[in-house]
Design a protein around this ligand. Structure first.
Ligand code: NAD
Length: 471
């Protein structure tokens, strides 16, 4: 794969900038690849190609668009070994997790969108009108580094299926997985201009996309801070915006719950992907008089989260993704210590010699006014908080600017009642499974709009009502 190219108007093409960005392997700090540091001229070229392709693609019957996507999925699946290897190297994700979650689960998502497309309510008859759902137009997709493939699939597949054309800007920190996906689109023979890839820095490419008059929508996934800036900028040209942002998600354990099941789910959530998951259950909210029991369980389970070289299939926790992320996570661990939280496990790691490793860290005696309980750390750091009444548990769960994900463990009826009081887009009840067809997205500062399922597809449409009564 030649990572030194962009993909514009159906062809691999050099950037107008002539500059490159190195990609580092966080497990050994080696710079092993580089991608173009694209510029405004590249964005302009890609936006023009996408705009030129739009009318014909939007007019292509949905059944044909689905056939293209099925072909893309076939080529995508063929690249599993390369994609897994690439995500292990560019992100530091442990190989078993990378294969199962970062790569194979994306086939499930892609297939789900293809399956749902046939039943999309693209034409709806109301008593005195007919509502058609049209593609929004050219969609600029901006994605983060933590799930370099999954976050792209969640935007690009539904957007293109419903008739939009796309300019994708992956994160400059983990841009390589996008190249394999692009190759799958290329091999599937999509008409030129339907899918375009421009790599580069957020400040440059992201800004150019937000400003470009031919781009109709910005679908952004990333931090709340950057999302607010992107949204403001995109609104200057009245683009549609969709924002998938940060989280600080609670896992509430009620009396009578399966405490071990709850503890395991919470540790899986906060330690997998080295805590770099937007939905990570980073606040464990437990009954005060059962705190010691839960803490004992956490410590019993902790040795399962083996830290080390991500190429080792036995490893569950790899390095964090970059030196910047390492410093950020360390600064939060230091803040937790300074704020008076008690370290149950982990703590400040040694300075990195070969790889940015942070050991699974659990703070207990945390209160919701502490910075570590309020801000998204985005590392393998769990906060344990206690409550006296279920009322207080729900209050603590909601006492956050975010509202992306949550879990409630307890007797079914009580758990559902507590879940319904939590203001977040998803809530897991006990060991309820993930549903790929459900809408995903955030309340409050966790975002605007939804990805996944029918909602995630209709997000990329504009309704047009024809008042045709009597015609
Ligand atoms: P980030 O906000 O730094 O970057 C995300 C993307 O935006 C990157 O492609 C980046 O280059 C670009 N960008 C950054 N600044 C920009 C700017 N000023 N203008 C335009 N583009 C800009 O986020 P990150 O560090 O890559 O990812 C981690 C964050 O993403 C976490 O907060 C996490 O919770 C969030 N996230 C959310 C979801 C979700 O679905 N809600 C999923 C994954 C990650």
């Amino acid at each position: 794969m030649n990572f030194k190219m962009l993909y514009i108007d159906g062809a691999w093409t050099p950037s107008a900038s002539g500059a490159y960005i190195d990609v580092e392997n966080p497990a050994n700090q080696e710079r092993f690849a580089c991608v173009p540091a694209g510029n405004d001229a590249d964005v302009d070229k890609a936006a023009k190609a996408a705009a030129a392709a739009l009318p014909a693609w939007a007019a292509t019957p949905l059944s044909e668009r689905m056939e293209y996507m099925k072909k893309m999925l076939t080529y995508f699946k063929e690249m599993e070994p390369q994609l897994t290897d690439c995500i292990v190297k560019e992100l530091g994700a442990p190989v078993s997790f990378a294969a199962a979650s970062h790569v194979r689960y994306q086939y499930v998502r892609t297939q789900s969108y293809i399956d749902l497309a046939a039943g999309l309510p693209l034409v709806e008859t109301l008593p005195q009108s007919t509502v058609y759902r049209e593609p929004v137009g050219v969609v600029g997709c901006i994605t983060p580094w933590n799930y370099p493939l999954g976050q792209i699939i969640q935007k690009v597949v539904p957007a293109i299926l419903v008739g939009n054309t796309v300019v994708l800007k992956p994160s400059q920190h983990t841009p390589l997985a996008a190249y394999y996906l692009t190759e799958a689109f290329h091999k599937a023979g999509f008409p030129k201009g339907v899918f375009n890839l421009v790599t580069g820095r957020g400040s440059q490419i992201g800004n150019a996309m937000c400003d470009h008059p031919l781009i109709d929508m910005i679908s952004f996934t990333g931090s709340t801070e950057a999302g607010v800036g992107v949204a403001r900028r995109a609104l200057a040209t009245m683009k549609r915006i969709s924002m998938e942002l940060g989280g600080k998600s609670p896992c509430v354990i009620l009396k009578g719950a399966d405490y071990e099941g709850a503890a395991r789910m919470c540790l899986d959530s906060i330690f997998l992907n080295s805590g770099q998951t937007c939905t990570a259950l980073s606040r464990l909210v437990v009954p005060k008089d059962d705190k010691e029991t839960v803490e004992r369980l956490l410590l019993q389970l902790l040795p399962e989260y083996v830290v080390g070289d991500p190429t080792d299939p036995a490893v569950k926790v790899g390095p964090v993704a970059s030196e910047h992320q390492f410093q950020t996570v360390c600064s939060y661990i230091q803040k937790g210590i300074d704020e008076g939280a008690a370290l149950l496990a982990g703590g400040l790691p040694p300075a990195p010699e070969k790889g940015y490793y942070v050991y699974p860290t659990i703070f207990t005696d945390v209160t919701n006014d502490m910075i570590i309980a309020r801000e998204e750390i985005f590392g393998p750091v769990l906060c344990v908080l206690t409550y006296d009444t279920e009322e207080e548990a729900a209050t603590i769960a909601n006492d956050t600017p975010y509202g992306l994900n949550a879990a409630v463990w307890g007797p079914k009826e009580q758990a559902v009642a507590t879940a319904r009081r939590i203001r977040s887009g998803n809530v897991y009840i006990n060991d309820g499974p993930r549903d790929v067809t459900a809408p995903f997205g955030g309340f409050k500062h966790s975002g605007i709009g939804r990805e996944g399922g029918m909602d995630g597809m209709l997000e990329f449409t504009e309704p047009q009502a024809l008042f045709d009564c009597g015609l």
